[in-house]
Design a binder for this molecule. Sequence first.
Ligand code: GTP
Ligand code: MG
Length: 344
Amino acid sequence: QLDPLPTLTPEFLNVLNKVCEQCYTDFAPDELEVGVREHILQDLETFVKRQFAGARLQLFGSSKNGFGFRQSDLDICMVLDGQDTIDDVDCITIIESLARLLKKHPGLKNILPITTAKVPIVKFYHVRTGLEGDISLYNTLALHNTHLLASYAAIDRRVKILCYVMKVFAKMCDIGDASRGSLSSYAYTLMVLFFLQQRNPPVIPVLQEIYDGTKKPEVLVDGWNVYFFHDLKTLPSRWPQYGKNTETVGELWLGLLRFYTEDFDFREHVVCIRQHGRLTTFNKQWTSKYIVIEDPFDLNHNLGAGLSRKMTNFIMKAFINGRTVFGTPVKAFPPVYPSQMEYF
Ligand code: GTP
Ligand code: MG
C-alpha cells in the first residue's frame, strides 16, 4: 500500500543532500556552547561538594555523544568517590537531599526530584542559559552507551549528520518525546546506527563484534558486557569494509526511510546494534510489541516497551509520510520558518 517512488534524478538527490547537510549546520552547537555546558557542570560540582564532599559530576547523553542540539538538556551523572554502586533506598535518599541542596543554588529554578522513575533524577532549570537538566546517580551504563554512540559518530561524518536529521525529523513529526509516550532520541539514534550497519556495503561496523582472538573480551558493568572496540585509529586495518560505502547523506536518508518502511520486518526482527546477524523478536520473547529496539548493553531493555498500539501506528505513519515527502522531487529547497527553528 506504499506509493511507488519515482526514479530520482541527480539534481533532486543533490537537493536532498543539501537539506540534510543544512540540518546539521543549523542545529549543531558550536565550540562555545560546548564550553558553556562544561562550565555549568563545574559550577554544579563545586556547589554539590558543599554537602557531598566526594561527589563527582559527569556529562553524558547528547552533550557528549556527538548528536547534541543547542537546546538539548544537560544529562548529568553523579558518583561518590570511593563508592562503586548504590542501592535503591540510598539512591532515593540522596536524590531527595540533592534536591533540597539545589534549591539553594541561586542560578537554578524548578528543582524537581523524581524518585518513582526507573532511574531516579533531580530535574532543574539553569536560568542564565535556559537549559534544562537532570542529575542521576550511578547511571554507569548510560556513560558507556554515550561513549559507544560517540565512537560511531567519530567514524564517519555521515553518521553524525544522519542522526541529526533523524532527531529533527522526530521532533517535527512529534514522535520524539519519550515522556509523552513516543520514543527517546536515544532510541532513534539506535535505529540510524542499525540501518548504517545493515546497509550494503555498510557505513559503520559493529564495534561490539571487533576484537582480537576468538572470544569477545568481557568488561562487566552492572552485570552487562560493555566491551566495544574503540581504538578507532586502527579501524581501517581491522574492518575490511572501511570506506567502501560512498553514498551521500541524502541517499542514505531516503535509504533509511525506505529501509524502515519497505524492508525491515518489525514483526520479526529487533533493531539491534550489538551484532550483525539478525536477531528476532521471538529470540527475545518480545513478540507483544511491534517496534522492538534492544539496548546495546542492557539486553533486557527494549526501548520500544513503552509504546502503545496507537503511538506505534503514529510513528510508522510518520516514516511512511517521510518516505513519500523525501522521495518525491521538488524543484528547490523547502523553506524553514522561524517558528520551526524555535522548536529546538
Ligand atoms: P537529546 O537530549 O534529545 O538531545 O538526546 P539524548 O541522547 O541526550 O537523550 P536523553 O536526554 O533522552 O537521554 C540521555 C541519555 O540517557 C542517552 O543518550 C543514553 O545514553 C541514556 N539512556 C539509556 N537508556 C535510556 C532510555 O531508555 N531512554 C533514554 N531516554 N535514555 C537512555
Ligand atoms: Mg539529553
